[in-house]
Design a protein around this ligand. Structure first.
Ligand SMILES: NC(=O)c1ccc[n+]([C@@H]2O[C@H](COP(=O)([O-])OP(=O)(O)OC[C@H]3O[C@@H](n4cnc5c(N)ncnc54)[C@H](O)[C@@H]3O)[C@@H](O)[C@H]2O)c1
Ligand SMILES: O=P(O)(O)OC[C@@H](O)[C@@H](O)[C@H](O)[C@H](O)CO
Length: 414
């Protein structure tokens, strides 16, 4: 039986990547910092994935175990590993890199001929490449030439696009009916997922053939990553930041607000125009269908009750230069498309987001109060002063930020 180590036993780990690996015959060792989650994984021989749709169904997941990611026991899993995957959050990748580096050294000692791939299943451009650089720094420190050769030639780091909405799971709120026996949550490992999924992996970066059902292989990975991040995630974030300011708690509530729907649709049209110019593999008709499926089917799925605070989480990452808001807005300027007014409203709403339980949001509000909004755009979003296009976006967002209160007709936080 092939073996996979998956870092992050959260929603995507248990609800998407873990199940695809298990269904393809892998034993999955989940590695997570959450000790009680690991105890639970080790004390159950199965858990259930609930498909949240108007035709609900369930799949039972078996052949998994858990290990605390900070425990030395995790290193003992590496000599038999075939594939390493992650879904911990892009900002966490540098934290797990030293462990992966140590594990790969152990793998080299016991199986110097092994070919192993590492796939970071995170929202973000080039996540596996970022992980490769981080792991490489640790692996290559004090490494022998043979070890360095092993790292460079035997370990693949393949970027991917990973798409499946996996909200916090509460079967009583799934919209599938409380009385439906199939939807009763058995234990805390159970997870609810939308029926749609897409996992596209860079075929040129893989060192081995892993035969995983549901994993699509493709060249032009950047096109798939940006199409997904700059459409699904752009709309999701826009709906959620504006929704939070208007007092909604779920994505379903916020998307029914006509003003929010219209800004979100405008934002994905603005990003879509640039995406089609940059990535010519997608036709205009195909992209229009892609947008419509997201806006009118996936994000409106009444069986998926997603929390706005989950979608808004980590706003520093989401305001990053290459992420879902600033990334497509800058692409509009770069491809001469014009002023992305809807994206600017979305960026402004993200800066206004002030959930006290979100440490990024608190840091952004403090920065706004101490240094002003422009500092957020320059320092967090990397919009360099003197770069003409970046300066245009800054002006556009500052205008949107000031007008947002009037536009939405709500009181905004300090
Ligand atoms: N949930 C979704 O709809 C969805 C869809 C596509 C992609 N993603 C991406 O998948 C990744 C995970 O998202 P999620 O929704 O599953 O989050 P989550 O919070 O449900 O799961 C993350 C898991 O990582 C663990 N973790 C955190 N730090 C760790 C560390 N240092 N070592 C080991 N484990 C650690 C946490 O304990 C948690 O169990 C993110 O990059 C997200 O953008 C999520
Ligand atoms: O996971 P994040 O924090 O990057 O973004 C929140 C959601 O938009 C995201 O998890 C989506 O549900 C997911 O990307 C769908 O594929």
């Amino acid at each position: 039986m092939p073996n996979a180590i998956h870092f992050g036993a959260g929603n995507i780990g248990r609800g998407f990547i873990g199940p695809l690996l298990a269904d393809s015959g892998y034993h999955v060792t989940f590695a997570d910092v959450n000790e009680s989650l690991i105890d639970s994984l080790n004390s159950h021989d199965h858990y259930t994935v609930h498909i949240l749709s108007n035709r609900p169904s369930v799949t039972e997941i078996t052949h998994f175990s858990g290990v605390v990611s900070t425990s030395p026991d995790l290193l003992n899993e590496f000599p038999t590993v075939d594939l390493v995957t992650t879904s911990v959050g892009a900002q966490i990748l540098p934290k797990i890199a030293p462990t992966i580096a140590k594990g790969l050294k152990k793998l080299y000692q016991e199986r110097p001929d092994a070919l192993v791939d590492v796939i970071a299943c995170e929202n973000g451009v080039g996540a596996s490449e970022i992980l490769r650089k981080e792991v490489g720094k640790h692996f290559k420190k004090d490494a022998s030439p043979a070890e360095i050769d092993f790292f460079d030639k035997h370990i693949g780091f393949a970027n991917c696009s990973v798409d499946r909405i996996v909200p916090p799971f509460d079967p009583t709120k799934s919209g599938n009916g409380d009385s439906d026996k199939e939807q009763v949550k058995e234990h805390e490992l159970d997870v609810g997922v939308e029926d749609f999924y897409e996992w596209v992996v860079d075929q040129d970066a893989l060192k081995a053939d892993h035969n995983i059902h549901g994993m699509k292989l493709a060249k032009n990975l950047l096109a798939y990553v940006e199409r997904k991040l700059f459409t699904l995630n752009t709309a999701h974030a826009t709906i959620s930041y504006l929704g939070w300011l208007k007092g909604y708690e779920t994505v379903n509530e916020a998307i029914e607000d006509k003003q929010i729907y219209s800004i979100a649709k405008g934002a994905v049209e603005e990003s879509g125009r640039a995406l089609l110019k940059k990535h010519t593999i997608f036709s205009k008709d195909e992209h229009e269908r892609y947008i419509n499926t997201i806006m009118d089917r996936r994000l409106k799925n009444p069986s998926v009750q997603d929390e706005i605070t989950r979608v808004c989480r980590a706003p520093k990452r989401k305001l990053g230069r290459n992420d879902r808001l600033v990334g497509p807005a800058m692409m509009d300027y770069e491809f001469g498309i014009g002023k992305p007014t809807n994206l600017a409203q979305s960026i402004a709403a993200a800066i206004w987001y002030s959930d006290e339980d979100d440490e990024d949001a608190v840091a952004i509000r403090n920065m706004v109060n101490e240094k002003g909004v422009e500092a957020v755009l320059r320092e967090i979003s990397g919009l360099k002063r003197g770069d003409e296009k970046a300066d245009q976006l800054v002006d556009n967002v500052l205008e949107a930020y000031g007008a947002l209160k009037g536009e939405l007709g709500v009181e905004l936080p300090n």
